[in-house]
Design a protein around this ligand. Structure first.
Ligand SMILES: [Zn+2]
Length: 146
């Protein structure tokens, strides 16, 4: 729940920022001049306004992309960025047996994110595996046994 609330909060910040840019654009860019005593619409007829709309659209798409990318690389429990990426699998057996994957873990041991690096079939969605126990305690217990 905290994970999705954080995602929604970031999207809300982006929406507020884009709205502020929209308001600044409306304030700074003048209305197009009258043509034959008629108002023309800003969007398709005015090059400056149309260019500004295009830039605002690209800015919005870029910001939403960054929000989604940032969210995918966060722990589902504590929201910290995942660390220690580990490449697994081989490209020589990429199709069936041992496809290459990238595993990242939460530094506090809450879970592991496994992302497929093979994208020929549209790719598998990233898989989050929550750890039941603290993996660091498990590692310490393995060290004590050995
Ligand atoms: Zn975590």
């Amino acid at each position: 729940m905290k994970y999705w609330a954080y995602f929604a909060a970031k999207l809300a910040v982006v929406a507020v920022f884009l709205r502020a840019v929209w308001d600044v654009m409306n304030r700074l860019l003048p209305e197009p001049p009258l043509v034959l005593h008629q108002h023309v619409s800003r969007y398709p007829q005015d090059l400056v306004w149309t260019s500004a709309i295009f830039c605002l659209f690209m800015l919005g798409v870029g910001l939403v992309y960054l929000v989604v990318w940032d969210q995918r690389t966060r722990c589902r429990t504590c929201l910290r960025h995942l660390r220690m990426p580990l490449a697994k699998g081989t490209w020589s057996k990429a199709i069936l047996l041992n496809p290459p994957e990238l595993e990242s873990i939460c530094p506090f041991g809450h879970g592991t994110l496994t992302e497929s690096e093979v994208h020929i079939d549209g790719g598998r969605p990233a898989e989050w595996t929550a750890h039941e126990d603290d993996i660091w305690k498990e590692l310490e217990s393995l060290d004590r046994k050995g």
